[in-house]
Design a protein around this ligand. Structure first.
Ligand SMILES: [Cu+2]
Length: 195
């Protein structure tokens, strides 16, 4: 990934001891892919899943969105922070959910947002800093995860059943796999991107 040129804003640049690289593709040391959103796309019996009381958090730190990919439940609160000494402009480029675009000055109040419709994934950008880009996946149920530093994902507490699991990566796109979960059992599914 190319190094992000933050020279237009020294207050962004000086927060990074080492050059900040774009996070479009992050390959882990073990050869797996980070920042893949994984969720149960279909197969769940109709049910109402209550969102967690705790908000999901999206921070702007060093003029980079953290985390780069964020999963959130429908109707869960999203808390947006600006930890930087610079002005940001948070732009949720959602399509199914209403899009919005709001400035967030330094030391401003945290923003709280919600999304009431399933949408996997949409970008959140910053109108001030063109390199700032994160992705949000809104799930109607709690069975989603984002791959981390070892490329793995875990969906906890899935009821027994047969499901279509979807993996979504911002550059490499969507993959599907099927899995059957037995009562009290665990199932494993592996996705491969590339040739
Ligand atoms: Cu910004």
């Amino acid at each position: 990934m190319p190094v992000i040129d933050m020279s237009s804003n020294p207050q962004c640049e000086r927060q990074h001891p080492a050059p900040q690289r774009a996070e479009v593709v992050v390959v882990n040391p073990n050869g797996t892919l980070k920042n893949v959103f994984v969720w149960i796309k279909s197969g769940l019996a109709p049910a109402h899943w209550a969102p967690p009381a705790e908000p999901a958090r999206l921070d702007q730190h060093g003029c980079v969105y953290q985390p780069h990919v964020l999963g959130i439940m429908k109707d869960q609160r999203l808390e947006i922070l600006n930890s930087d000494p610079v002005n940001h402009n948070v732009h949720a480029e959602s399509v199914t959910n209403p899009a919005w675009n709001e400035s967030q000055p330094p030391r401003a109040e945290h923003k709280f947002k919600q999304f009431d419709t399933q949408e996997v994934l949409f970008p959140v950008t910053c109108s001030v800093h063109p390199w700032m880009r994160s992705y949000v996946g809104v799930s109607p149920h709690p069975f989603f995860a984002v791959t981390g530093d070892d490329g793995s994902f875990t969906l906890q507490g899935v009821p027994p059943g047969t499901y279509t699991i979807e993996a979504v990566h911002e550059k490499y796109g969507r993959k599907e796999g099927n899995v059957t979960v037995t009562p009290g059992g665990a199932a494993t599914l592996e996705f491969t991107y590339g040739s």
